[in-house]
Design a protein around this ligand. Structure first.
Ligand code: COA
Length: 162
């Protein structure tokens, strides 16, 4: 199968439903630290706050040439030098190597816009083997397993941008 190419664009208000569906997908909830389904009302408040936040950026990945939305990559600034990354690949696009592509394209885009950020952190549930594989492939290194605030185990993976 030929390799898929993707492009990223900033998330827009019109993407609210798309992100809601991806957030509430069964696997996404299972691998999230808060596993309950999210209501539309709760999502809309979160999404509008996210779009207006200066410390959060969300990009939508689109498969070329059709521009089919295939996932999202989100960055949260933790400090002027450090950001956290989070990704979701749309259920119908999983298993095609797009996780790696969305991370690489996202880090590149985020770095161009935020050159002071030299460290990107991914917090991953220990049992999320697919996620660990894609982040490792993109240069992230395992740092530690720790107990999170709400009594869940998390693995911290880190990418240093040089
Ligand atoms: C995790 C996720 C981003 C992976 O993206 P993807 O494009 O579907 O990744 P792929 O299917 O290409 O798989 C990547 C690798 O993991 C492997 N893999 C897939 N499922 C696996 C599983 N259940 N156990 C072990 N390895 C698995 C694949 O074989 C592949 O390995 P390879 O690179 O050696 O071929 C995607 O499944 C997803 O969106 N999951 C739900 C949300 C999520 O987990 N987000 C990350 C939270 S930190």
């Amino acid at each position: 199968m030929p390799e898929l190419e993707i492009a990223l664009r900033p998330a827009e208000p019109e993407d609210a439903r798309l992100l809601f569906n991806w957030r509430n997908d069964d696997l996404t909830r299972q691998v999230s630290f808060h596993s309950e389904k999210i209501s539309w009302e709760e999502h809309i408040v979160w999404y509008n706050n996210s779009l207006s936040s200066t410390s959060r950026q969300i990009f939508i990945g689109e498969v070329l040439p059709d521009q089919s939305p295939c996932g999202q990559v989100r960055f949260d600034l933790l400090s002027p030098e450090e950001a956290e990354i989070s990704i979701v690949i749309a259920p119908e696009w999983r298993g095609k190597g797009l996780g790696k592509k969305i991370i690489s394209a996202g880090v590149e885009k985020f770095h161009v816009e935020n050159p002071a950020v030299l460290t990107i952190i991914a917090n991953i549930k220990p049992e999320n083997a697919a996620s660990k594989k894609v982040f490792q492939h993109c240069g992230f290194e395992y740092i530690e397993t720790y107990m999170g605030k709400e009594d869940f185990l998390s693995e911290k993976w880190l990418l240093r941008i040089s």
